[in-house]
Design a binder for this molecule. Structure first.
Ligand SMILES: [Zn+2]
Length: 121
């Protein structure tokens, strides 16, 4: 079976094999398997990887915008936090799911998994 782009299926939260079944059973929790094609999702786990990308994207793109806002308008700190706090929070939460899907699907398609100690013998 041909695989779909892990970026495309991951962003949409779809199965990396068929591109149809739901990848997530909650907001961030993965299903055990695909309801459409029965692909097994138990082996892979994206772990903390997606959070690192969220931190990089939010830290590089949005934090400088908040600092620029404060410096350009000479705004008080409370106003900067009031405006940019929710934006930072929503951007972080909004990016986490698609990035988690992309990373999980990339690992799944490439059959990446944790190497156990006894596999080195
Ligand atoms: Zn599937």
């Amino acid at each position: 079976m041909a695989y779909h782009s892990p970026v495309s299926t991951g962003m949409r939260g779809r199965c990396p094999r068929c591109g149809e079944g739901a990848l997530f059973k909650g907001f961030l929790a993965f299903n055990d398997h695909c309801e459409a094609c029965d692909a097994d999702f138990k082996i892979e786990d994206a772990g903390d990887g997606p959070a690192i990308f969220v931190i990089f994207i939010v830290g590089i793109v949005i934090v400088p915008m908040a600092l620029g806002f404060q410096l350009a308008l000479d705004a008080p700190v409370w106003l900067t936090l009031l405006i940019w706090g929710p934006i930072l929070t929503l951007a972080s939460i909004g990016l986490l799911r698609p990035l988690r899907g992309i990373m999980f699907n990339t690992q799944w398609v490439r059959n990446a998994r944790e190497v156990k100690r006894d596999e080195f013998k």
